[in-house]
Write a protein that binds this ligand. Structure first.
Ligand code: 13P
Ligand code: SF4
Length: 301
């Protein structure tokens, strides 16, 4: 273990802290974390931990979600500028205006959104549970924000009518069917795993459409030896680590999320040492946002 890694592990113990890392984080961060996972797994862990401090190695909406679920705990985001451009496509003002235009209907909000937007929502979802969440609604119509690609994917698996928002993940949305076809030509035996943040025409070429952790599970369950991975390239690390006997190829090496690569081991150590980078959702937002997030977490139980 490198000295910086030892320092972080010692600090985690001293501060009674837990380190959570998203599957897209740099490999050295994932390797040191107490738990790596997709957005749903990180949310569930944040709701269950008895640690006093939660260090979130991911982006700001993940730290906000941890604070919403554990308002009495200290939540640290080692880099305050690690954001999500998709989350920024919906503001509370714009969402209120859209809600006013529509007939009364539930609002299903992807966790990749700000706490203030979650506070206006009926229920949250992640890429792992979007279909279950939509189908759990009593109503026949819903507004889904902010990812229109995820909403289109869900629309294919429900009889409910989904109204879309004009948002998407710039990293996943840039992947084209031509990228998948080129990867398939290079690796004809490989199964294609696609994240539902990709465009419908890319999703249509998939053998499996799953969340990041869903891809790790799918690769284990499948008889295939090779996989084309259509999501952010950080996932290749946990895929190779979990399945060293299988081969994984990125659908495109351009799928790099700069925000997910901001946090370094030095940032984690500094944040813990100085208790710097606290993310605290104000109570007037936390309470309504918790209803929407908790409703989602309860569905997963
Ligand atoms: P999941 O790990 O929940 O599939 O999330 C993908 C993502 O884009 C997170 O920013
Ligand atoms: Fe946001 Fe996309 Fe980056 Fe995830 S990969 S944090 S959705 S920009």
């Amino acid at each position: 273990m490198k000295p910086i890694e030892k320092r972080i592990r010692d600090l985690l113990k001293e501060k009674r802290a837990i380190m959570l890392a998203h599957n897209y984080q740099p490999s050295e961060i994932q390797d040191l974390a107490d738990l790596c996972g997709d957005s749903l797994e990180l949310s569930i862990k944040a709701s269950q931990t008895d640690a006093e401090v939660i260090v979130v190695c991911g982006v700001s909406f993940m730290a906000e979600t941890a604070s919403i679920l554990s308002p009495t705990k200290t939540v640290l985001l080692p880099r305050h500028d690690a954001g999500c451009p998709m989350a920024d496509t919906v503001t509370p003002e714009a969402l209120k205006a859209r809600i006013a235009e529509l007939l009364p209907m539930p609002v299903v909000t992807y966790v990749n959104s700000t706490a203030a937007v979650k506070a206006l929502s009926t229920i949250c979802c992640t890429s792992a549970n979007v279909v279950n969440v939509v189908n759990s609604l009593e109503e026949d119509e819903a507004l889904m924000v902010p990812d229109q690609n995820l909403a289109r994917f869900a629309q294919g698996h429900t009889t409910k009518r989904l109204h879309l928002w004009n948002g998407c993940c710039p990293i996943h949305d840039r992947l084209t069917p031509a990228d998948i076809q080129a990867a398939k030509a290079a690796h004809p035996e490989a199964e294609v795993m696609v994240h539902p943040e990709c465009r419908p025409e890319v999703v249509a070429l998939a053998d499996a459409v799953v969340s990041t952790s869903g891809m790790i599970r799918h690769a284990g369950a499948s008889d295939a030896r090779e996989f084309i991975v259509a999501t952010e390239v950080g996932l290749l690390h946990p895929l190779k680590k979990s399945h060293p006997d299988k081969a994984f190829f990125p659908a495109s090496t351009a799928m790099v999320c700069p925000d997910m690569k901001k946090i370094t081991l030095e940032d984690v150590a500094r944040s813990l040492e100085r208790m710097e980078g606290e993310v605290k959702v104000p109570p007037e937002i936390q309470a309504p946002a918790l209803k929407a997030v908790q409703r989602m977490v309860d569905l997963a139980r």
